[in-house]
Ligand binder design. Structure first.
Ligand code: ATP
Ligand code: MG
Length: 371
């Protein structure tokens, strides 16, 4: 799929800007703090209704204004769709072809984006929450049903935790109610486990080859760390084990007042052979492992959705040596729309620059560079 037009109003440091993007490589070049990342962020929000900059959501509206708007024209095969998001201080609304869509789950599977940004190093180094978040965002884009399972699971989980706390404080011993909650938690939780497992299996089928091609190092793979052994079990068997796990640990859960097992505790790690990259890999190796993860995602999206996602690469070249940069950029398929930011065109191979559409970004204004 291709985003052919983008329009932002009162978004961060942009007052009103309108752009036409090309189907291949688009490069946004500018000094620091001019608005390059903001443009990628606006595309990300248009697709996912949320910012990739966790915790900075509240600042997306231009200072001094009360609402912002992002609009885009998306082409997927022969179909054209106009997507729009309006964000006011306390309200977010999304539209497809000017018709308001009430269910976010059915909006976010329309435009698929995969983004790499400098803080993504945290995917290896940071807390499990960051990795779970990444899985949730990506799988939600692929399968709208996942969003429903996840929302339901989170509600049940909250409810269960409250009940466990009550059991601890008030000494309830009525297990029947807990059993009912357990059954629901196990059902939705197992669905989530299976979808995450399938997704990470997909990644594993591709990531090693991509990493080896760029780095010349073999055997990168992802290990899914969960509270159950999912390796060889079918849905019913996983449910049974999950349920059993909850049953046999109920005393611990009551005394801690929280649910200790389930997909809300999931994690995954990057390994090369038997070594966790978190502890031994260099910054550059980690960066390329994460980029390989994202490029594997591109392949999965293309395969599962029948059309390629849009790739957003924020400042991808800092800290990579020139050989890796060139290998990496040549690895990106031609057929995929890619939007890159950089402070210096020297970072990008000449032959790529020559074919790309180039935008100059200066203080919240964008000019197309005439060749
Ligand atoms: N809500 C807002 N209203 C007005 N300006 C904002 C708002 N939020 C951010 N900005 C401005 O946007 C600019 C940052 O833009 P952005 O992060 O896109 O920079 P960049 O070009 O990617 O820079 P770098 O190369 O350093 O990454 C800053 O000058 C910041 O003050
Ligand atoms: Mg930036």
């Amino acid at each position: 799929m291709y985003l052919s037009k983008l329009e932002v109003s009162h978004f961060r440091n942009y007052k009103k800007e309108k752009l036409s993007l090309c189907d291949n490589i688009n490069i946004f070049i500018g000094d620091n703090a001019q608005g390059k990342t903001n443009i990628l962020e606006s595309i990300y929000i248009l697709a996912l209704t949320k910012s990739h900059r966790l915790g900075f959501e509240n600042n997306i509206i231009q200072n001094g204004f009360s609402c912002c708007k992002i609009k885009g024209l998306l082409r997927n095969q022969e179909e054209l769709k106009e997507l729009e998001i309006q964000v006011a201080e306390d309200k977010k609304s999304v539209f497809i072809n000017q018709k308001e869509i009430k269910k976010i789950a059915s909006y976010i599977s329309n435009m698929n984006v995969i983004m790499f940004c400098p803080t993504d190093l945290d995917i290896i180094k940071g807390s499990p929450q960051i990795r779970r978040n990444l899985l949730n965002i990506q799988i939600s884009q692929l399968y709208p049903l996942y969003v429903n399972y996840l929302n339901e699971y989170n509600k049940i989980l909250k409810n269960r935790n409250e009940y466990l706390k009550q059991m601890n404080l008030n000494g309830f011993t009525d297990m029947r109610y807990l059993d009912i909650i357990n059954e629901k938690l196990v059902d939705r939780g197992t669905k989530i486990y299976l979808m995450r497992k399938k997704y990470l299996d997909f990644i594993n089928a591709k990531i090693g080859i991509i990493y080896e091609n760029i780095m010349n190092i073999k055997n990168l793979n992802i290990i899914y760390e969960n509270s159950l052994d999912l390796e060889n079990y079918q849905e019913d068997e996983i449910k049974k084990r999950f349920y059993q796990k909850l049953k046999s640990n109920i005393k611990r859960e009551i005394s801690q007042g929280m649910t200790l097992y389930g997909p809300h505790r999931d994690d995954f790690s990057f390994y090369i052979d038997h070594e966790n990259m978190k502890y031994f890999a260099s910054q550059g190796q980690q960066r390329i492992a994460i980029i390989s993860f994202k490029l594997a995602e591109v392949e999965i999206f293309t395969q599962e959705k029948g059309s390629s996602p849009i790739l957003l690469l924020d400042d991808i070249f800092s800290e990579l040596d020139i050989k890796k940069r060139n290998k990496l950029i040549n690895y990106i398929p031609n057929s995929i729309q890619t939007i890159i930011t950089t402070t210096d065109l020297k970072n990008i191979q000449k032959k790529i620059v020559n074919t790309a559409k180039i935008f100059l970004v200066e203080q919240g204004k964008i000019k197309e560079k005439v060749k």
